[in-house]
Design a protein around this ligand. Structure first.
Ligand code: HEC
Length: 149
């Protein structure tokens, strides 16, 4: 009986883990190769996410822009903290909505980033909705908030 209770506890723990993907682990395996584990990026090649994603979230349209970037990638000239980037970021649409939400929530609350006041963490449903709005990596560039330099 005791053993049955334990196995049930393990099963439930496993189910909970499956329901909430590990944003940090997803970042490490999908993003850190370019943006670095510290989120600092590589100047001139890969823009920093540290101390920057909060500004994107706070800008008009910035939250939807972030979601588009991971779903469809990004191509074209951008400027981040006074440095110009003109590269190509691959799309991560193969990841599930819940994985992308967990990943972006990790990025949005790490390395000095935080959600602007009143903004809640991203949900899988929100990602699913943006997924319907198909874009090319170059089109995503046009969604970037003009107020973020
Ligand atoms: C192969 C390298 C590479 C990988 C892997 C990568 N990125 Fe990028 N990322 C880039 C490049 C290059 C840019 C700038 C693209 C440009 O110049 O238009 C960028 C831009 C961004 C931006 C836009 C910043 C801004 O100010 O507009 C965000 C946000 C971002 N990446 C997040 C992520 C996340 C989250 C992941 C993991 C799911 C990821 N990236 C994986 C290379 C990469």
């Amino acid at each position: 009986m005791k053993q049955a209770v334990f196995s049930l506890a393990f099963l439930l723990a496993g189910a909970a883990a499956a329901a909430a993907p590990d944003g940090k682990a997803l970042y490490t395996s999908n993003c850190a190769g370019c943006h670095q584990a510290t989120g600092q990026g590589v100047p001139g090649a890969f823009p920093p996410l540290a101390g920057h994603v909060g500004a994107l979230l706070a800008a008009p349209g910035g939250r939807a822009y972030l979601e588009h970037v991971v779903l469809y990638g990004l191509q074209g000239k951008i400027s981040v903290k006074g440095q110009t980037y003109n590269g190509v970021m691959p799309a991560f649409g193969r990841l599930k909505d819940a994985e992308l939400a967990a990943l972006l929530n990790y990025v949005s609350t790490s390395w000095g980033n935080r959600f602007p006041k009143g903004q809640k963490p991203l949900t899988p449903a929100e990602l699913a909705k943006v997924r319907q709005d198909r874009k090319t990596a170059a089109q995503v560039n046009t969604l970037r908030p003009k107020t973020v330099k």
